[in-house]
Design a protein around this ligand. Sequence first.
Ligand code: COA
Length: 262
Amino acid sequence: MTGSSYRYLERQVQDGVLFVTIRREEKLNAMNDGMMAELTDCFLRIRERADVRAVVLTGTGKGFMAGADIEGYGSFDIGQFFAFQQKGREMYRAIETCPQPVIAAVNGYALGGGFELALSCDIVIASEKAKFGLPEVKLGLVPGGGGVQKIARIVGPFVAKELTMSGRFLTAEEGKSLLFVNQVTEPDKLMDTAAAFARMLAGQAPLAVQALKKLIDEGRDASLETAQAYDRSYLANLFHSEDGQEGIAAFIEKRTPRFQGK
Ligand code: COA
């Protein structure tokens, strides 16, 4: 596997936005070893690409991703199962720590590891056809990709327990009211909406956008005082950056800033 020969992913760059599309449509994009390795490789490579300022991640067909490949689970021994979980962790970390912002354009089922995939992104835009859920309880399991703790921090313990213990699916509108979906669109407007949002992000000062991603993700588990100290330290660095100086000069000169990511 190399970046140019993925089996399960398609990639395309346009106007500073990288579109990554998962293709295993006949299995609702259920995640096997190969797909996981490709997603990890893809997201580790993105950080080296100065031409990519935002990423849109989506799926084909009825699935965004219907979770781990349950058929694969059927043939795993405990060692293989742990190795699969570990690779999953590496994949989610590659996305969470990707410096550029990642938009999940959720076209259909985002279940189990697929919901955890969306929760590893920075912005979630969902089609009216999207369905979210952590149904592992129905297999006698619990989610292993970080979703339990993430959803509990987003929706609170009572709703998180209801969702994970029932394993029920949520609509995109429910996701929006529970604050893990930013925007809901008609199915045929999903990609245009996600692309427009990504292009807007690609036009912002890259270092400031990347700083905001880190500050919000890393500040969440720090004390307020510590997190606010991070904010001030990033601000001081950005003030000295070429983009910071360009943004200030452009405002004073009443012109559009040209941000270079420096
Ligand atoms: N792992 C492996 N295969 C999966 C899968 C998964 N997580 N999710 C769906 N598929 C496969 C189905 O087995 C089926 O394959 P087949 O055509 O060879 O039989 C194909 O994808 C289409 O799915 P199907 O169940 O026929 O579609 P549906 O519209 O009737 O139901 C779901 C859709 C999402 C409700 C149902 O597929 C489902 O419950 N999937 C499992 C979701 C899950 O538990 N994820 C967490 C895993 S830890």
